[in-house]
Design a protein around this ligand. Structure first.
Ligand SMILES: Nc1ncnc2c1ncn2[C@@H]1O[C@H](COP(=O)(O)OP(=O)(O)OP(=O)(O)O)[C@@H](O)[C@H]1O
Ligand SMILES: [Mg+2]
Length: 293
């Protein structure tokens, strides 16, 4: 199931904890089917944003619309449409993986037979089939993270909140989790993900919001992040000036035809190379996002 445009809308969200201003007029809009990354330092307000958008915490000010439902007065009114994966694993350590998933499914009123079917399918999809009957408390960190994500989507929500899904786990497990997230994205689920890792955000997300001191200060698409940061422009120019001495093209032209041009041929070549390089990086990035996540 997918939802239409602006699956998540937050306007002017303010949240204070005593004297601490956790969110200071946060604005956010996530389109249906989009994977939006919230990137920011410790204490920036990422978890508070997720808790507010998912109805776990009430904002002091601001408007929230989730899946077309105005949650401003009734924060839990869109609960059945949301899946939440908190930054800390919250499943029962004494229950097995299968039992944990079935229990979560029961909370959403899913009939018994379907609970088991869904749980078994998710365990297989997440590479946890062998561990289905082991207790959650005995799982490794990566396994715990995968089961917590599976629990977050057992009711097949169209919107998913993921709070730092790969923090603190090994490279291989993190990679597998990123692949699972990319598959959920491809299946059409709208995802809001928080992370500290810029590479993770660039590889996975359609757009990235940079959150600082409770506000989103800048939003980029992955293309902007890759090609157009202003600070990288001098680097590109320097690279070009090294790669192509300015007289090279003109000399060649002069030798071949006896003509001189106002603009050296190297200018044309530079543009061509820049364009080719752009295409190369774009295809590399696309392959990266699809296969090497
Ligand atoms: N329940 C709470 N009581 C008091 N202060 C809180 C509470 N929850 C969050 N805060 C404060 O709000 C601010 C934002 O916290 P939040 O957990 O949202 O940041 P974060 O971006 O998720 O950080 P991290 O990257 O460390 O997870 C912090 O200053 C934090 O101390
Ligand atoms: Mg957090």
């Amino acid at each position: 199931m997918t939802v239409g445009p602006a699956a998540i809308l937050a306007q002017g969200i303010v949240k204070r904890f005593g004297k601490i201003v956790a969110l200071n007029g946060l604005n956010l809009e996530v389109q249906g089917g989009e994977l939006f990354g919230l990137l920011g330092p410790n204490g920036a307000g990422k978890t508070t944003t997720i808790n507010i958008l998912s109805g776990l915490v009430r904002p002091d000010q601001g408007k929230i619309v989730v899946a077309g439902i105005d949650c401003t007065r009734r924060p839990r009114s869109a609960q059945h449409l949301i899946g939440i994966v908190p930054d800390e694993n919250n499943l029962y350590p004494e229950l097995t993986g299968l039992a944990n998933l079935c229990f979560c499914a029961a909370l959403y009123g899913i009939p018994k037979q379907e609970r088991i079917e869904r749980a078994e399918r998710l365990l297989a999809d997440f590479g946890l089939k062998e561990a289905a009957h082991r207790r959650f408390g005995e799982y490794s960190k990566g396994m715990k993270r995968k089961l917590t994500i599976a629990a977050g989507i057992i009711h097949q929500p169209p919107i998913l909140f993921l709070d730092e899904p790969t923090t603190g786990i090994d490279v291989q497990s993190a990679r597998h989790i990123r692949q699972l997230i990319a598959e959920l994205h491809r299946a059409g689920i709208t995802i809001l993900l928080t992370t500290h890792y810029i590479e993770e955000a660039q590889r996975l997300c359609d757009r990235i919001g940079f959150i600082v001191a409770g506000r989103i200060v800048r939003t980029d698409t992955f293309l902007c992040g890759l090609f157009f940061p202003v600070q990288r422009l001098p680097l590109w120019l320097r690279f070009l000036s090294f790669a192509l001495p300015p007289t090279y093209g003109a000399d060649m032209l002069h030798q071949a035809t006896g003509q001189t041009r106002l603009l050296p041929l190297s200018f044309d070549l530079s543009i061509l190379i820049l364009f080719g390089l752009g295409l190369f990086l774009l295809s590399l990035h696309t392959i990266n996002r699809r296969w090497i996540i």
